[in-house]
Write a protein that binds this ligand. Structure first.
Ligand code: DOR
Ligand code: ZN
Length: 343
């Protein structure tokens, strides 16, 4: 096959950051995605409709002229989030709110301590039809980092889903067989995003032969049996799993550091990475559903009307990206070859 044409895809999970970073990150995503769910973990975080709309405007200013790209905004839940915050946000067209357990990841210090305290907010979200996006990891010091996703299912997620069966929940960037099976067994109000790095890599790619900081993200890469389960569920064509890159830029020096930041910046090669994965799985026919249909269907919005085309034309991901404000980013999969290229 020399080329494939798909409904224009959407990215249901990414990080644009703010200010000067937007000049780099927004064009990268607008290159091929119709919409993107923009995560709210700025410093300080985006906690209400007014802040989300102002942030959206800054993103729109950085969007290349004539691009059909539309950012979809999210609220960052804290222990101070009120029912009014949710109602106002929903009325302002904000489709979702993100739950970060405090300390779980980049810029999550302001986040939620004691998830049960948020149940009244979940109730309002359920009534309003606002989606709950979850970074599903416990943060207890005594829980091993490789077990934190499974522990989150057992201590929180199952209960939240049972208590609020109508609340649409996206279990973000899942990394384990436990998470994949939980989502498959759950009702239709539970779905998940999966990143390219968790489909392509396992923890050997992080740790064997030396630490590779550019493959470090959270939730951390898991063992190969978990990776294989994620590959199996996307190849199966289940509509409960859809594209969310978790593309998350960090300057080179903050990742190549004694205490390196978590995040893989994949935006410039995102759809090509997924195409490679589905091709390797012999499941290219399942790419369009995953990348362009299931997410929109789950969020209850129309699928994009236009298309993109990928050509079978090997190219190499750049070693480095220069930032407009100075400094550099090493992109995910830097210096490696991909078989598919956006036309
Ligand atoms: O690796 C990650 N990076 N995981 C997250 O959950 C957040 C993200 C970021 O914002 O850098
Ligand atoms: Zn993320």
């Amino acid at each position: 096959m020399n080329q494939i044409t798909l409904t224009r895809p959407d990215d249901w999970h990414l990080h644009f950051r703010d200010d000067q970073f937007l000049l780099e990150t927004v064009p990268a995503t607008a290159r091929c995605f119709g919409r993107a769910i923009v995560m709210p973990n700025l410093v300080p975080p985006v906690v209400n409709a007014e802040q989300a709309l102002a942030y959206r405007q800054r993103i729109q200013q950085a969007t290349p002229k004539g691009s059909p790209f539309t950012p979809l905004m999210t609220l960052y839940l804290t222990n101070q989030t009120s029912a009014e915050d949710i109602i106002e946000a929903k009325q302002a067209g904000i489709p979702a709110a993100k739950l970060y357990p405090a300390g779980a990841t980049t810029n999550s210090d302001a986040a939620v301590k004691g998830i049960e305290a948020l149940y009244p907010v979940f109730e309002t979200m359920s009534e309003q039809g606002m989606l709950l996006l979850i970074h599903g990891e416990v943060t207890d010091a005594h829980i091993d980092i490789f077990d934190r996703e499974k522990a989150f299912i057992d201590t929180h997620l199952r209960q939240i889903h049972q208590r609020f069966p109508e609340l649409k929940i996206v279990f973000e960037h899942i990394t384990t067989a436990d998470a994949a099976d939980f989502v498959l067994d759950a009702s239709d109000t539970m779905a998940a995003t999966i990143t390219p790095q968790h489909l392509m890599y396992n923890r050997n790619d992080l740790l064997v032969g030396g630490i590779r900081p550019h493959n470090y993200c959270l939730p951390v890469l898991k063992r190969n049996t978990h990776q294989q389960r994620l590959r199996d569920v996307v190849a199966s064509g289940s509509n409960k799993f859809f594209l969310g890159t978790d593309s998350a830029p960090h300057a080179k020096h903050t990742k190549e550091n004694a205490c390196g930041c978590a995040g893989c910046y994949s935006a410039w090669s995102a759809i090509e990475l997924y195409a490679q994965i589905f091709d390797d799985l012999g499941a290219l026919d399942k790419l369009e559903g995953f990348a362009a249909h299931y997410g929109a269907d789950y969020y209850g919005v129309a699928r994009n009307k236009d298309t993109i085309t990928l050509r079978n034309e090997p190219w190499t991901v750049p070693e480095m990206i220069d930032l407009p404000q100075g400094g550099q980013i090493v992109p995910f999969y830097a210096g490696q070859e991909l078989q598919w290229k956006l036309a």
